[in-house]
Design a binder for this molecule. Structure first.
Ligand SMILES: C[S@@+](CC[C@H](N)C(=O)[O-])C[C@H]1O[C@@H](n2cnc3c(N)ncnc32)[C@H](O)[C@@H]1O
Length: 312
């Protein structure tokens, strides 16, 4: 691919993401699915002048979300159907293209300069504080996280034997997807989700469980706070307790075109959360400062890793 093709691909992608967001927010997949598939019907449902709606519909067609089989009559493609309410990509597209997320990304540079991330620079609060004040966003965020988590939870249960534990705490466990999946596989396991509604993991987490789970938690936070979370977990753990961190491990050096874009993921964590992805050595240092030793790191097929740490 030439340099121009590569760069045009990125820039087209940014426009395509806006368009996919509009398609999803207007509920075009559900309207077409319900037979509201003519320009007139779609313009009425979307409360938009037909001469403007047709331009959007043809943009959606250009992306392959729908097809114009007859003039001004649209059918849904498989990709378009995945963006309908309850579809596998619905919450991903809504969350990623939400004007709130887009405003945070437009402050990428300011957020990198301050270290607090674009979200904080734009809204003056963390995304979690923002979600506390917006129950609809919070519900969608939990669904989106839970949807992402299901496959990874199956891997965690397959690659780690939870049969040896009686009790687990999922620290920052969101909608409880991880524990629900693990409990199906290990019915003896008694799990407890601890999230913002239950308390603050920067201060305290429930004590005495055999295993503490931290999935996609540490990368939401800068080193000081991530260290505090590890210390509160350590303080709650019995001597035989074990901590399982599920995160992506950043390579020591960036490689162009690496699968799953670890460096873009790191910038996502900076921009949206003020956090960071970490290398194995960084995880080991962070754990050591909290009195924990990393015993085993298991790569999972999804690209995540299972990091096991025990009290020193
Ligand atoms: C990126 S989500 C991960 C959710 C879940 N572990 C998963 O992987 O699907 C981070 C979670 O941390 C929770 N959280 C953030 N700050 C918290 C705090 N101070 N105390 C407890 N939970 C918190 C959020 O509400 C959210 O559910």
């Amino acid at each position: 691919m030439t340099a121009a093709e590569t760069v045009r691909g990125w820039l087209r992608g940014a426009k395509a993401a806006h368009l996919a967001g509009v398609f999803t927010r207007l509920g075009i997949a559900d309207l077409i699915g319900a037979g509201e598939n003519t320009l007139g019907a779609l313009a009425r449902a979307g409360d938009m002048a037909p001469d403007r709606m047709i331009r959007l519909l043809r943009g959606f067609t250009d992306l392959g979300l729908c097809a114009e089989d007859e003039p001004e009559v649209f059918t849904l493609t498989e990709t378009g159907a995945a963006l309908g309410a309850g579809g596998p990509l619905y919450d991903l597209v809504l969350t990623s293209t939400d004007p709130v997320t887009e405003r945070a990304w437009s402050a990428l540079e300011a957020g990198a300069r301050s270290g607090r991330g674009g979200f904080y620079e734009t809204f003056g609060k963390s995304i979690f504080e923002y979600l506390d004040g917006d129950p609809e966003w919070r519900e969608r965020y939990d669904r989106f996280m839970g949807g992402h988590t299901t496959t990874i939870a199956e891997e965690v249960g397959e690659y780690h034997d939870f049969g040896r534990y009686r009790t687990a705490v999922d620290v920052g466990g969101g909608d409880g997807t991880l524990l629900a999946v693990l409990s199906r596989r290990y019915p003896r396991l008694r799990g407890r989700v601890f999230d913002r509604a239950d308390g603050d993991f920067l201060r305290e987490v429930p004590a005495g469980a055999d295993v503490y789970l931290l999935k996609w938690i540490l990368h939401d936070w800068p080193d000081d706070d991530a260290g505090t979370i590890l210390r509160t977990c350590h303080a709650a753990m019995p001597a035989h307790g074990r901590l399982l961190v599920v995160e992506r491990i950043l390579p020591e050096r960036a490689a162009p075109g690496a699968p799953r874009d670890p460096e873009l993921s790191d910038l996502h964590m900076l921009t949206v959360y003020g956090g960071k992805e970490r290398t194995r050595a960084e995880f080991e240092r962070l754990c050591a400062r909290a009195g924990l030793a990393v015993e085993l790191v298991t790569p999972l097929p999804s690209g995540m890793s299972l990091i096991e740490a025990v009290p020193v």
